[in-house]
Structures are given as structure tokens and as C-alpha cells.
Design a protein around this ligand. Sequence first.
Ligand code: PAF
Length: 290
Amino acid sequence: MIIAHSLHELRLALEGSQKRVFVPTMGNLHEGHLKLIDKAKALCNQNTELTVASIFVNRLQFSPHEDFEEYPRTLESDCSVLRARGCDVVFAPNEDIIYPQAQTFKVSPPPELANLWEGHFRPGFFTGVCTVVSKLFHMVSPNIAIFGKKDYQQWMVLKQMVQQMAMPIEILGCDTERSSDGLALSSRNGYLSAEQRVEALQLQMQLKGVAMFIKTQAQGFKAQCQRACETLNALGWKVDYLTVCQQSDLQEVDRWEQQDLVILAAATLGSTRLIDNIEVTRAERAPSKQ
Ligand code: PAF
């Protein structure tokens, strides 16, 4: 496995490759990231087809009060797990490679998507993500890029970015990896105390409750989400949003109109903000409600 820190090293590592499957990350890798690497590797069948990961904590997507400084930086252990998983190239640039000067040109996604949900609570987040991901795409020139669906809205925003900007890159999503008790894997789970780690399961449990409801009911989704929020808030969480949306544009819905749906949530436990989601497709609805 080649570890490239500079653009020159990256170019040398990618030279002669016919296909590149790319997994951008901010490091502090867990099994969820490694599943993305497995998926990338499964798409590379020849020596000239490379699995490429990047590790870069992107200042631009953090608000001033967020955890940019504290975000865990574990390059050495990240590289050893990537090597063990068979990754071919790791691009691990310093900030002066990605941002050699103030980044005044930015990629801004449309407000109707980027100001919803995560974007509402983290202003500028998706502009930060789109800007760094487009720069990484220019540097790596991948044919395929893979993102985790835990960050559901990010995955949607990036799919639309690639489409509208005519980038010749296929964006794939990978299902959320969970620990055996159901908690969605996240680098931020490491911030939780032992007690909070147990309490954290409530988020997924409330989402599952809403999923059960919408599979069997035709309407009243908003009220059901409200009840789930109240339960979490009563348990000491601070819920930012818990909502049923249509998958196509993430607009909130109160009833089924034959669409595929996704339940999205973000909530803070202690000082740790967690996000999670559950997709519910038309096919999963109780037959009498089809
Ligand atoms: O999902 C992440 O880890 C980041 O938002 C990404 C896509 C690597 C951009 O910094």
C-alpha cells in the first residue's frame, strides 16, 4: 500500500492505473469505513484497478463551535487497518496541500437541499463537504466514489453535485454498519461515556418505532415523529430533527403517496451529536396499505 502525502506522490501512485475506486474519509476509521473499502476492492479486479482512500479532516465543513480541533487524528492505525484490508493507495494530505491558500472559490449546493436537516443545523456544512470532495475528485480522478448512507443527506447532495457538474464519476452508497446492538458506527461514538453508549441505542429504537408506524399507517407521520422526539427529549437528549422524508428530495411528508421514504434523525446526547436513518421503501409497506 502506498501512502501519498503530496500531490506528486499521489500522481506517481496512480500512474498507469485504468480504474480508481475512491473512498474519501476523515480518518479515525471503524468497521463502517472498512466496509466501504471492501466494496471498493470488490470493484477492482485487475492490478491496474486501484482502491484509493483519502484521510483528511476538512476544516471547511466544521462550524467554529464544532469539534474540528478535537476530531481524532489516528493516521498510523488508520493506515495499518487499510493495509490489512488490501487498500492500494492512501492519500493523506496536510492542510497546505488541500488549501494552499484561503479557499474563496466554493462549491455551494442548492439551498432547497442543502439548507434542510443537517444543513439547517450545521450552516455551511454541505458547502464545505462539496468543496473538499470536488477538490479530492480533481486530485484522484476516480471512476467510482463510495460513501456511507449513515450520512444520507451528504450522499444525496454529492450524487446531485456530480450529476449537475457533469463529473464523470459514479457515486455509490453503502448501507450503515452497526454494532451488534444496533448503534450506527461513527467516529463520534468514541466521545460517549459507558452510560451514554447504552443510552445511545434509543435513537435507533425511536427510528425503528417510527418505521413500524409508517409501514402500517397511511398518515399521521409528523405526529408520530413528534412523539418520538418528546420521548428522546424526556430521556435527556436534545433532538435537532426526527422526520419522515421522501427519498427523492428529502422533503418531509405526513402520509404515503406511493414514494420510497427515509426517516432521518440527529440528536445530541451529553455533548455528542449523533445521526442515524432508516430507509422504508414502498415494497416494505403492509400489503393492505399499498
Ligand atoms: O463523510 C465524511 O467523512 C466527510 O464528510 C467527507 C465526505 C470525507 C468529506 O470531508
